[in-house]
Design a protein around this ligand. Sequence first.
Ligand SMILES: O=c1ccn([C@@H]2O[C@H](COP(=O)(O)OP(=O)(O)O[C@H]3O[C@H](CO)[C@@H](O)[C@H](O)[C@H]3O)[C@@H](O)[C@H]2O)c(=O)[nH]1
Ligand SMILES: [Mn+2]
Length: 379
Amino acid sequence: MSVTDQAFVTLATDDVYCQGALVLGQSLRNHKTSRKLAVLITPEVSSGMRSVLSRVFDEVIEVDVLDSADSVHLALMQRPELGVTFTKLHCWTLTHYSKCVFMDADTLVLCNVDELFDREEFSAAPDSGWPDCFNSGVFVFQPSLKTYRLLLQFAAEHGSFDGGDQGLLNSFFSNWATADIGKHLPFLYNLSSSSVYTYVPAFNHFGRDAKVVHFLGATKPWNYKYNLQTKRIMQDGTTSGSFHQLSFLALWWNIYSASILPLLEKLQKMEESESEECKHAFNGVEVTLKKVSPYVAGSLQKPELPEQTNEVNPTACSSEELTSKANEVAHSVSELSIHYIPAQPTPEDERRKWEEGRMDYMGKDAFEHIKKKLDAFLH
Ligand SMILES: O=c1ccn([C@@H]2O[C@H](COP(=O)(O)OP(=O)(O)O[C@H]3O[C@H](CO)[C@@H](O)[C@H](O)[C@H]3O)[C@@H](O)[C@H]2O)c(=O)[nH]1
Ligand SMILES: [Mn+2]
């Protein structure tokens, strides 16, 4: 049975967050949701990415960026990028749905969670940092232009105590903590991946019933590297995380490599290609598949090659054979990673830099370049 007037809704304001939205959407599909899937995007999202999104989502809806412009609070949080999360408020404008469940693009469902639609606005799970607040990564809401306008008005008058949508929504739906326990979603519907270690015995006891994982915080699954052969997160000196955290991250990448990668057409051919490194770029994101030596990846011991001798030993491999075997394994580790492509500065950006006295003396603002420009101008 499909319910066409209810939807899961997520948000992606750039091509990198789109990778998260795609994995979330795919996880909902894998667990056979009967509801529609909608994604809110902003003009920055590239057309290539929009068409990939439309293969997973029923609706791809463009909205304007709504910035909190509250730089003081955001600076306090050391998370200046969160202003865009105000764009979330647009979800209340989706009035062609009678009820929706909003999910952050950095969440992942582990089973079917359609029963969330039995709840009413405003239902959410406690935040692990301050449990009298809800976390705004998963919530049940009812689209309404009236509520949307009230939220905008509230935002303009009161701002947000954390500079993001979570502070605003908690102030707006301020009786959440006390009024109706039916609006408290169990923590299992928004399990922050960090609580795996903040309360280990609880995780060991309840963790197996987790329904939604939320990778909240500054480091997202797409900031890790993934080994396509071992299906594990690539670990280097800087990777930290418990076994369970790494398992959740690996699950994200399993879905990404199995279902999303094939949708990025050019990438499909990457694995078959001979070259050491393949890149696929959309507007703001570059997905790289790099064939790395497993010795570098730290997963294999380098085999000892026998000394060259003139003796003939019919049972031993020739050193040539061994070298080619070594090369075979050496080529079998493919490291998958996702990177932002830094935006090209616009002429206005360049001018502002000059006016602020931040010139690139060693590079394009070096004297010889300026002299050339002057010469060209004068002649
Ligand atoms: O550049 C961005 C940043 C965020 N988002 C969207 O907004 C969501 C929230 O941002 P996120 O980076 O996931 O924030 P969290 O690390 O989860 O931090 C917390 O704080 C945010 C701001 O209050 C809340 O939105 C989150 O739900 C809450 O968990 C993302 O999942 C995306 O859907 C974008 O599309 N582009
Ligand atoms: Mn989040």
